[in-house]
Design a protein around this ligand. Structure first.
Ligand code: ROI
Length: 166
């Protein structure tokens, strides 16, 4: 890849603790100030039922599109710094409630699999709270395996996902 070329990355944003709408809006604001990156689209804010244990609050979810010249691990570090600033405590149970979750869903058409990163995000095709916001901002997008986002989004049960803020 050429030095300084831009990659289109998609970030999944989720929260179900400590005023989740505020957390998601603060995360979007933080992404807009990310070094070497520019936010080019933000989905609506959605309310979603928890995937995993049901004894936790509903989630707020959104997806952000950015153009970045950061390498994937540098982007991951930057996202984890935003999560930590929001007060996220690591080591909490993997499927439990969280103040802020920022996941790299896609990084261009790259397939990455190492101990810190799996891209495309391993669960994205099964998550209505990822596919529907993503299809809203990037309906023509295809995954590296050729699957089309709009088709995936049409075929997933919506599990009562609600668009809250346009
Ligand atoms: N469920 C929903 N609805 N939204 C999330 O962002 C989310 N994140 C998670 C788990 C615990 C899998 N469940 C979720 O990490």
């Amino acid at each position: 890849m050429a030095i300084n070329s831009l990659t289109t990355a998609y970030i999944g944003v989720g929260s179900n603790l400590s005023d989740p709408i505020k957390q998601v809006n603060m995360a979007i604001t933080a992404l807009k100030t990310l070094a070497n990156s520019q936010v080019t689209a933000v989905s609506s804010i959605y309310g979603s039922k928890p995937m995993g244990p049901q004894d936790q609050p509903d989630y707020i979810n959104a997806v952000v599109e950015l153009q970045t010249s950061l390498m994937p691990l540098a982007l991951l570090d930057a996202l984890q710094a935003i999560e930590n600033k929001a007060g996220r405590v690591r080591k909490e149970n993997r499927w439990g409630a969280r103040i802020l979750d920022l996941d790299i869903l896609l990084f261009g058409q790259q397939v990455i699999d190492n101990e810190r990163l799996t891209i495309p995000h391993y669960g994205m095709k099964l998550r209505e709270f990822v596919l529907l916001p993503l299809a809203e901002i990037a309906p023509r997008l295809c995954l590296p395996d050729g699957d089309n986002i709009a088709t995936l989004a049409q075929n997933i049960p919506d599990n009562d996902l609600k668009k809250l803020i346009f």
